[in-house]
Design a protein around this ligand. Structure first.
Ligand SMILES: [Zn+2]
Length: 337
């Protein structure tokens, strides 16, 4: 045991040594600058892989990012008052029309089902087309996909199926599409009469479908007969002639893949009556959307929206005269029961 006097002397000695060390460090930084010991951290220009997984009952659902996009305000149709409001809001917030393109993989345990395939190289001027790469990052290969269901035949939903030189990206997949959709976009007669602006949609749909048709892997459905157990076909007429949602249920949980029900979430959730120039029957599209959104806001249904901000998984709630979107919270505990 040391005496109190000795202890206090030691404390004094320690304190003066600390003071001297601090003084030296301060002098050194004064001479050489404050960050001399730290190399500048390089910035990184890559991102986490573009996939997001969650469980819906026993189903494993993986959102696959295809790429970013921005909707053009001129593509929206609404009342003058609504559109004036959108244009004004856009001045204050240039990110209002941000959108993305996403496809979804459903692993049922029996089947590996892709719901929409992104744009590939058929749409988006080179900014899109990352779905197949992100599918690999998520631990799968395109060869493992045995079923593809598509919500409609616009190139931002089927472009990822086929390369520009006509090769099937998912060589083992059977592709399913609603018959009215198939009969419209793949009809040479309808294509010939279509306005010039619409021609590229017909041409790309035909080129993308062709290798699957030739291989006997392109199928249409007319009724509501499910393609696999646990799946329901949900006709969502209006955007295109056979626009279709797919609902999967497992162990009391449900997820709906709603295609292009909403293209621009920050405008259309507040104004569900706003349609876009790609809606082939805008009146029907608005009616279908209104009915569906109202129903979903009263149900605990998880929604997967290809153009909702990634991963485009969330739920709807009523808010004022429109709806609010409650995105799923990020978690790495998705496999826990
Ligand atoms: Zn779309």
């Amino acid at each position: 045991m040391s005496s109190p006097v000795l202890r206090s002397r030691n404390v004094l000695k320690r304190n003066s040594m600390r003071f001297a060390a601090a003084l030296l460090a301060a002098l050194a930084s004064f001479v050489a600058g404050p960050n001399v010991a730290l190399a500048a951290a390089p910035q990184h220009h890559d991102q986490v892989p573009g996939f997001y997984r969650l469980k819906v009952g026993d189903l494993e659902v993986t959102a696959l990012f295809d790429g970013p996009g921005v909707f053009d305000s001129h593509w929206l149709n609404g009342t003058k008052a609504t559109m004036d409001g959108v244009v004004k809001a856009l001045h204050e917030d240039p990110h209002m029309l941000d959108a993305v393109d996403t496809g979804y993989l459903v692993n049922t345990g029996k089947h590996l089902i892709l719901v929409d395939a992104g744009s590939g190289t058929w749409y988006g001027g080179g900014k899109l087309g990352h779905l197949a790469g992100n599918l690999r990052s998520a631990g799968y290969t395109p060869e493992e996909v045995d079923i593809v269901v598509v919500t409609h035949l616009h190139s931002d939903h089927i472009g990822g199926l086929t390369t520009q030189d006509g090769k099937r990206v998912f060589p083992n997949a059977e592709v399913y599409v609603a018959k009215p959709e198939n009969d419209f976009w793949l009809s040479p007669e309808i294509a010939a009469k279509a306005p010039k602006d619409a021609q590229p949609f017909f041409q790309s749909a035909q080129a993308i479908a062709e290798p699957y048709i030739k291989a006997g892997k392109w199928h249409t459905f007319s009724g509501s007969e499910p393609i696999v157990d646990g799946m329901q076909i949900v006709p969502l007429h209006g955007h295109t002639p056979g626009h279709t949602g797919y609902e999967f249920s497992s162990m009391g949980q449900t997820i709906l893949f709603w295609g292009d029900t909403i293209n621009v979430q920050r405008v259309q959730l507040q104004h569900p009556e706003v349609t876009n120039i790609f809606d082939i029957d805008p009146t029907a599209a608005a009616a279908t959307g209104n009915q569906l959104l109202s129903k979903l806001a009263h149900e605990d249904v998880l929604i997967a929206g290809p153009h909702m901000l990634f991963p485009g998984l969330g739920r709807l709630h009523k808010e004022g005269s429109g709806y609010s979107w409650a995105p799923v919270a990020f978690t790495d505990q998705w496999d826990e029961k």
